[in-house]
Design a protein around this ligand. Sequence first.
Ligand SMILES: NC(=O)NCCC[C@H](N)C(=O)O
Length: 499
Amino acid sequence: MYEQQQTTERNSLNTLYLADSAAFAVNVSSEIGRLRRLLIHSPDRGLGKVIPSKAQDWLFEDIVHLDMMRRDEYDYYVKLLLYFLEPDTVRGRVNSLGDNNRSFFKPDSPDYFRSTNVIDIQWLLSDILTDDTIRTRLIAAICGIERTSFQTQQTLLELDPVELAKVMISGSLTDRTMLFAPLPNFIFTRDIGIVIGDHVLLNKPAKSARTREALLAQYIFFNHPLFAPYRDKIIEIPDNEHAFLLPDADLNRDLTRSTLEGGDVMMIAPRHLLVGVSERTTLYAAQQVMQLVFDRNLVDTVTIIKIPKKRDYMHIDTVFTQVSRNTWVLLRSLGRTGDETRKRDVLHFFAAKDLSEELKILQFTKGQEQKPVEIENLEDLLVSISQKDLGATEPIRFIYSGNDEFPFGAREQWTDSCNLLALKDGVVVGYDRNDKTAEAFREAGFDVVGAAELLQRFDRGESSPDTIEKTFIMLPSAELSRARGGSHCMSLPLLRDAI
Ligand SMILES: NC(=O)NCCC[C@H](N)C(=O)O
């Protein structure tokens, strides 16, 4: 069946990319330069397969209502991104987009928006699967890691590229037969790779639930024609060969294991990379990344930030992100304690360490890796990035999760108040459920507006992505937040304007 359609499919899919690949640039040198191109993945049918007893294994804290998550939440995110990055696809149409089938939003539908700036990774996957060699290899690799039967391999070989891409991601066939587990976390594209200047650093997930994501990302970056000019700029982190010889009980040590997820890597300024050491990223991997980026002369400074290994914090981008050149959002309990007397009192002396003391920051300079400088707290680091790296002249402003009110800081951080995506300097997208954090943004002089309302303003011509400033855009988030990641996690920026 697939054989007959093959030639037509291949032509229709590849032509677009070959035509566009010359103009397809990849370059990110900050977290706030105007976003021009990114990879996303809309929630697929696999998310609807999460059941309570499996949710935690699959890194969800709850089950989600898939239709609401797509229609009432994620589709607004896509419309926003399109308005900023590919306005012709949505301008004047925000109310009419998305029929009953949501076909405009589905990468497998003929009505899909097909933007080369807001790119669903599923679309790229179906594209590379038109090549017989890639398809055979990837099917074999997936069937290997998922330990499927030979018969399942045969079934996959029969599928056309578009359907095959859906199955590789969702784990199930159109008739709902499950062949292997879904990839519910694939919507968090941030964690599969990070662009550092004009290079792409591929990740090594810590959790087995995310292993297949890394394989798909590897195949896409190495094989898709759009990334062909960047093939020798893809960085992979080597395994630690000593780890192969360790008893299983010792394998998970931070100093030997090599795992790294994109939420722990931030290209924070031209020539300055932040790398988190966390529940997901090991010290060993952080050190490898540092060496690799120094060797390739991609940055002059690498700052390693070690945060407590805690589910709530999983990556550094869950505890702070940048809002504008001089504004940051962060979790107070990991920031400066500001209470030096308390640090010296008797209770504090005997008590278990508080969390901020588990945070450690070391800054390394290329060529002087043996002489790192310790930075005492997160705020000091962020001030120095704003002023020294980014040339901010206005006072540096910190917006704390939950407006720094007990117990809202922790509550709202859990639902990603600190995980914001900057569409441009001072314009960020975050979740609408974090009321106190939104209040803090208002107090800091930001316009706080819902995504739906902002899209209407754009359509009425009252505002535009080019003119909008100092705005916190609130995305509906009742379902999305159950997946334990925010808009920063749901984006893999490929191109930002230089700042
Ligand atoms: N960068 C991020 O913080 N990504 C969020 C990932 C959420 C996902 N459920 C996970 O636990 O891996």
